[in-house]
Design a protein around this ligand. Structure first.
Ligand SMILES: C[S@@+](CC[C@H](N)C(=O)[O-])C[C@H]1O[C@@H](n2cnc3c(N)ncnc32)[C@H](O)[C@@H]1O
Length: 504
């Protein structure tokens, strides 16, 4: 096989980057512009030792999954990897990817995987948008005055690029996002506010982050800046407040209202979207979200699941796997604002009440973001759950101390915590090996692993397998329609509950 060669390919899979995958001359070929179900003519663009890259030059037989997404930015904006594929196709691809990773990387022969749980209406589901701001660069005039080169664009990056597509609508986001972005464009123009230019490391506005609590309508606008403040910010606050307040009432009867405006300081060269410092310049420092009977406060830097509908599906799966009776001791690792742990605490409270045995269970969460831990402890109080506590620290460092018992900063002796269940919900990178070893050493009856990356999930399932935990079953949940990401909830159980675990 060589560069420039044309070949006919049957596409039967999709890569993480959204390229179709076919096979020719015993090699996998990653084909831009193709999707599973297509038969295409592809031109080879690069040949590696075991695989090749190609572009589609002709579609001979189109996939039954092919559609035109009704978005003016489809194909340009890098947000929707699956913009050209119908929802049925997206679900099929994601389910197959999870299964394939569990087999290939997890070393499982026939993993029991339930069908992926999709959404009835896979639109307007996102409660958080992170939009880069650009003016195409800045120029410095005589006297050091800096000016924008072009007009203000706020939107999402093009695929594999830092060019910003100016999105005035988005099919995935909640309505407050585009409303707030539009007034920010107007304000930056009328008040000559500069956007950050990474080339010169100058200019003010970097990102607009909007969080929407869909269960209450509360909205938080976070203005990420390369500076200390925004000139004339009271005008901007008024404009944003009016724009959000004028939005149509949600289908569930709830009205949107801007409850929090935060400046996030993120100076100089950095790949992080947000810095560590936040200043509330209007309203409250948190917004309140409602999920069923429960309420959660969310601060600017805290993680919260981006799809509230599927979040409930996911957490109900955790509860189904946990089968709580009311007396369990649960560790909720990577706990964010405490949502999973508090769902479990509430389920234990109900189970204990129904069985007349009372609620003797306990939840202990560990999370590295301080703001999220403060939210989590407040959320326990807000929901009247006295048996849940949350600690700040890196899970891999705190877990061994929690299991062994320790003396805290105030000099109190904290006894060892012997868990019946450990819940793991790490970021995409998965769990540190030492955390998995400590998890197995604690020998809980069950481990429930919630993951947003099937590859690291499979890797960690394999490690836990060697440490004495067998894969029972898993369920993929589509948290992120139109994108390549998929969430999975997996149940593992102790192979031999009475013995201590083997070491790696
Ligand atoms: C995928 S989120 C899950 C949050 C929560 N379980 C939920 O459902 O909303 C992962 C969380 O882990 C936190 N985190 C990242 N690395 C960590 C570490 N080494 N130790 C503890 N927490 C960490 C992040 O701040 C984030 O809140």
């Amino acid at each position: 096989m060589e560069k420039g060669q044309k070949c006919q390919l049957q596409i039967d899979d999709m890569s993480n980057e959204g390229q179709g995958i076919g096979r020719a001359e015993g090699m996998a070929v990653f084909v831009k512009g193709a999707m599973p179900g297509d038969t295409v003519i592809a031109e080879i663009t690069k040949v590696k030792k075991n695989y090749a890259f190609a572009v589609t030059t002709e579609i001979i037989e189109p996939s039954p999954y092919r559609i035109e997404m009704e978005c003016p930015y489809a194909g340009d904006c890098g947000g929707c990897t699956y913009a050209g594929m119908n929802y049925e196709g997206q679900l099929a691809v994601k389910e197959r990817q999870v299964r394939e990773k569990l087999i290939r990387l997890g070393g499982l022969e026939h993993p029991k995987l339930n069908p992926i749980v999709g959404m009835d209406k896979p639109y307007a589901y996102r409660n958080k948008a992170q939009m880069p701001i650009s003016t195409g660069g800045i120029i410095t005039r005589k006297g050091g005055i800096i000016e924008n080169l072009g007009k203000c664009t706020i939107g999402f990056y093009k695929a594999k690029s830092h060019d910003v597509v100016n999105c005035t609508q988005c099919l995935l986001q909640a309505p407050p996002v585009t409303a707030v972005a539009e007034v920010l464009r107007q304000f930056m123009k009328s008040d000559n506010i500069t956007a950050y230019d990474p080339k010169w490391e100058k200019g003010l506005m970097r990102h607009l982050v909007v969080k929407t609590a869909m269960g209450t309508g509360e909205v938080m606008a976070i203005l990420v800046i390369n500076g200390k403040g925004i000139p004339n910010s009271s005008k901007l606050i008024e404009m944003m407040d009016e724009a959000v307040g004028n939005l149509p009432v949600q289908e569930n009867g709830i009205e949107y209202s801007l409850e929090s405006v935060v400046i996030n300081i993120n100076k100089g060269k950095t790949s992080e979207i947000m810095g560590k410092e936040c200043l509330t310049i209007a309203g409250k420092p948190t917004i309140l979200e409602r999920v069923g009977d429960m309420e959660f406060e969310i601060s600017p830097l805290a993680f919260y699941q981006v799809n509230p509908v599927q979040m409930e599906v996911l957490y109900n799966k955790v509860l189904e796997y946990a089968q709580l009776k009311g007396h369990e001791r649960i560790l909720d690792l990577y706990c964010g604002v405490g949502t999973i742990g508090l769902f479990c605490a509430e389920a234990m409270r109900k189970a204990g009440k129904d069985a007349d045995t009372g609620n003797t269970g306990q939840v202990l969460g560990i999370e590295s973001v301080k703001g999220a831990v403060l939210d989590a402890n407040r959320n326990a109080v807000i929901n009247g759950l006295v048996n849940a506590q949350f600690l700040c620290g890196r899970a891999e460092e705190e877990l061994p101390k929690v299991l062994a018992g320790y003396v805290d900063k105030e000099g109190f002796e904290i006894p060892p915590f012997q868990p019946d269940l450990i819940i793991l919900d790490p970021p995409r990178a998965g769990c540190a090996p030492e955390l998995l070893e400590a998890t197995a050493a604690a020998a809980p009856d069950k481990v429930i692993y919630v993951s947003c990356d099937p590859a690291t999930l499979a890797r960690d399932v394999k490690i836990l397998g060697k440490l004495g935990y067998k894969f029972v079953e898993g369920t993929p949940v589509d948290m992120f329609p139109w994108t390549r990401c998929v969430e999975t909830c997996v149940l593992l159980s102790h192979k031999n509950p009475q013995t201590s675990p083997p070491s790696l």
